[in-house]
Design a protein around this ligand. Structure first.
Ligand code: AMP
Length: 512
């Protein structure tokens, strides 16, 4: 397919607000495309590069190049050439990239040059295009749109399904069925501010414990058990306990969704780090398993006895789960609805936190399983921890943040009145905050060492974080998970900042 055709359709799609017109334009384009063009055509239409950003900025694109008078470039040739530009590295690479880009632009017509500029600078990005492309593909190939949508969900890739559909027609969709032994992307959750808000949004729902472990998808076909992570890596060999558990269940053909955790002698969860260490460990599996034995806790069933359950409401999927998996191996949950739902779920959350877990996931009882999506029917609620810490130093930023003091070194007070560094963050800052802190920290600077500016420990900043983890890098032996700035607390003095002692006391799960 010629790039000029694609550029023309891209412009026409952007110019119309009528969804049906967009679908018709895409269907027409797909009818003319080769199966091998589509994995490029689809991301280009959405304004994305198939292999991510290539680092070709305005500098390379800025120079005007006399356009070609006739279109000749094909989509595949353009993609190959852009990939080649992105691959140039080493000394003199900027000049070489400029030369290659110049050649490409000289082969492009005026309209094609405009399209390429938009593509490479991200200006032609069309967020909702993938959903329209699914409809366009269905129209072009005569496949039912719902079947195409489902295949895309199960394959986790629109491009893969599009190529197969255009090469083979609607029968290609048979290859994207839910099959035991072939993992699908797990359903994900959105965040809600409180359980009351989540219950209010979802109506009749299950409030489940949110366990801080590793997500697993367990497949069993007779005696063959496979375990996949949320990124679909096969970790069967790392977790032999799960194979044993799966073989003890009643059914012999199923796909279950759950979390792997490790419990200590009192039945309290061990830290995420220990479980992650277990999965990523390089020592032999038997030694690792003896040190940190893990157990699965299941919360969903995607397929049982060859029956695909994805489209069934959660109530029915859970009934299948309960038929197969004994209660101790299922996540603890409370069913709530109606006006008392808020209070009941608050109590469940409080109990869950007291048991040492990180929060709850609230799930609509009538919702299907949306593989690979952050569905609005699962809402996670975690209490946000905040601390008032002192800025000890800051690092000069890069890219957009060049010239700004960005990455903050954060300290908590210690018993002897000094400060112990707990970690760093450059997250959560607005542009205004960046400008303000650069000025303020420059005033407080006492030493500059390369890109780190050490400051007098006077500025107090409120930091939100998801939890603590052990760390040998920092003096208190712990660091913050997902620390981000909430706001500066100029109303507080460093003497009022939080102490290492209170921090450790608030996280017995890490310090035990
Ligand atoms: P997050 O990683 O904070 O986005 O939270 C989503 C993750 O929570 C999922 O991917 C699961 O690994 C985990 N999780 C723990 N308990 C549950 C549960 N009951 N239902 C769904 N996900 C859970």
């Amino acid at each position: 397919m010629l790039l000029s055709r694609l550029a023309h359709v891209s412009q026409a799609v952007a110019a119309t607000s009528a969804r049906s017109r967009k679908i018709a334009l895409l269907a027409e384009l797909f009818r003319d495309a080769d199966a091998d063009d589509v994995p490029i055509v689809i991301p280009y239409l959405a304004g994305r590069l198939p292999r991510g950003r290539l680092g070709i900025g305005w500098k390379l694109l800025g120079r005007p190049v006399t356009p070609a008078s006739e279109p000749s470039l094909t989509v595949r040739e353009v993609d190959a050439r852009l990939t080649a530009v992105g691959a140039v590295t080493g000394t003199g690479s900027q000049a070489e990239r400029g030369r290659l880009m110049g050649e490409l632009m000289a082969a492009a017509t005026d309209a094609e040059q405009a399209f390429l500029r938009g593509l490479l600078t991200g200006e032609v990005r069309q967020g909702a295009l993938d959903a329209v492309a699914v409809e366009g593909l269905a129209e072009a190939t005569g496949a039912p749109p719902a079947d195409v949508r489902r295949a895309v969900m199960l394959a986790g890739s629109l491009r893969t399904v599009a190529r197969a559909l255009l090469a083979q027609g609607p029968t290609a969709l048979d290859d994207f069925r839910l099959t035991v032994g072939r993992p699908v992307l797990p359903m994900l959750a959105h965040t809600a501010g409180s359980v009351a808000e989540a219950v209010d949004k979802l109506g009749a729902c299950a409030v489940e414990e949110k366990l801080d472990g590793i997500r697993v998808q367990l497949h069993r076909a007779d005696d063959d058990v496979r375990i996949y992570t949320r990124t679909l890596d096969d970790i069967t060999d790392r977790l032999p306990e799960l194979t044993t558990a799966a073989l003890e269940l009643k059914g012999d053909r199923f796909i279950l969704d759950g979390e792997v955790i490790a419990l200590d002698g009192d039945g309290r969860p061990r830290s995420f780090q220990e479980i992650a260490g277990r999965v990523g460990s390089r020592v032999d599996v038997a030694t690792a398993a003896a040190a940190v034995p893990v157990s699965p806790v299941f919360f969903d069933a995607l397929s049982v006895d060859g029956r695909d359950l994805l489209d069934l409401p959660f109530t029915e999927r859970h009934a299948e789960l309960a038929r197969l998996v004994p209660e101790p191996m299922r996540v603890r949950r409370a069913l709530v609805s109606g006006p008392d739902g808020g209070a009941a779920s608050e109590k469940f959350l409080a109990d869950t936190l007291a048991r040492g877990h990180e929060g709850v996931v609230v799930k609509a009882l009538d919702a299907p399983y949306s593989a690979g999506r952050r569905g609005a029917s699962w809402l996670k609620v975690k209490p946000v921890h905040t601390l008032d810490l002192v800025v000890l130093a800051a690092e000069w930023g890069h890219g957009r943040r060049t010239g700004k003091l960005s990455n903050l070194h954060l300290g908590a007070r210690t018993a002897d009145g000094s400060f112990a560094m707990l970690g760093k963050t450059f997250k959560g800052m607005t542009d205004a905050m960046l400008t303000w802190q650069t000025e303020r920290l420059t005033e407080l600077a006492i030493e500059e060492n390369g890109y780190v500016v050490t400051v007098r420990p006077e500025l107090v900043v409120e930091i939100a974080y998801d939890g603590l983890q052990k760390s040998t890098r920092y003096p208190a032996g712990v660091t913050l998970r997902f620390a981000r700035v909430v706001r500066y607390r100029e109303d507080k003095t460093p003497a009022e900042a939080d102490t290492v002692e209170t921090l450790l006391a608030a996280h017995p799960e890490v310090t035990r």
